[in-house]
Design a binder for this molecule. Sequence first.
Ligand code: MRU
Length: 344
Amino acid sequence: MIEPIQWHDGRLLFLDQTRLPHETALIETDDPSVVIGAIRELAIRGAPLIGIAGAYAAVLAAQRHLGRSWEFVRLQWDAIGSARPTAVNLMWAIDRMRKVVQLSGLVSRMDVTALEREATAIHQEDREACERIAAHGSALLPDQAAVLTHCNTGMLATGGIGTALGVIRKAWEAGRCTHVYVGETRPLLQGARLTAWELSSLQIPYTLITDSMAAVLMQRGIVRSVIVGADRIARNGDVANKVGSYGLAVLSQAHRLPFFVAAPVSTIDLSTAEGAQIPIEERSAREVVVCGGREVAPVESRVFNPAFDLVPARLVSAVITDRGIAQPPGVDTIAALTGTRKPA
Ligand code: MRU
């Protein structure tokens, strides 16, 4: 499997995920605005991966302005940090990058080297976080049972084996998980185009469903748990994730099935007290009206297209992170994982 992001000699290579599963096209660039565009168009996507790409884009911005004022770099860093609003990882990565340089005087070669080191560290840390999430989570999935997942949370969305999909992969390798049901994830089909593609190449048995079929699977007792990733987790354990996650959580509760969320601790935003404060990205009407390059509805249709939704903590059985499990998620268990105290 191709790594979705690679860094070679001051240039970024990324897999254009909009072209999958038909084409595996690698784009090479040293232009931070190309990376910003790729993040906006979802050529690079998935919360941890956009954080990693954002960090490398921050290096590219400094490299471009070597010997010049930080002012231009700062503007580009702001554009990187706000390329997509819901996942906290972009802002988190830019904050980390800001801390390794002085941001005064002119951009020096030493600054670029320090930034490059930090971006590479962010990438490597995410790779390791994925392994730990998978180790913590695989034993939580019901044994000898099928699981349902949504969107794409695998190698294409992270620096490593993935979050929710990494857990599934480890549970499959351990002989616990027997089968994976994959929701197609309309409108952009991350489940069908990306997760099915990953599971195929890993030779893990899966069945693709349209999003509206999840309830039937639960009603018939075919799946015994649901696991998804997260774009941002608030201090109280509320989760923002790909639209459709909330519906699956409600369905899981109605069928008394565990609903798990897997994410690195870097996805927890301690500055956000609860889910209602998380900005939910709304995307273009065309994403809903056009499917597979064809219009599937009158073009004049009004469209509602939130890219994410909110799962209240009370519907989440456990948040599985690289530092352990918040079970059930809430102010106390999240504070324990992040090493912060419960706010007064
Ligand atoms: O719009 P996308 O494809 O970037 O949305 C991705 C998701 O919602 C994932 O579930 C989430 O980012 C976790 S990825 C490990």
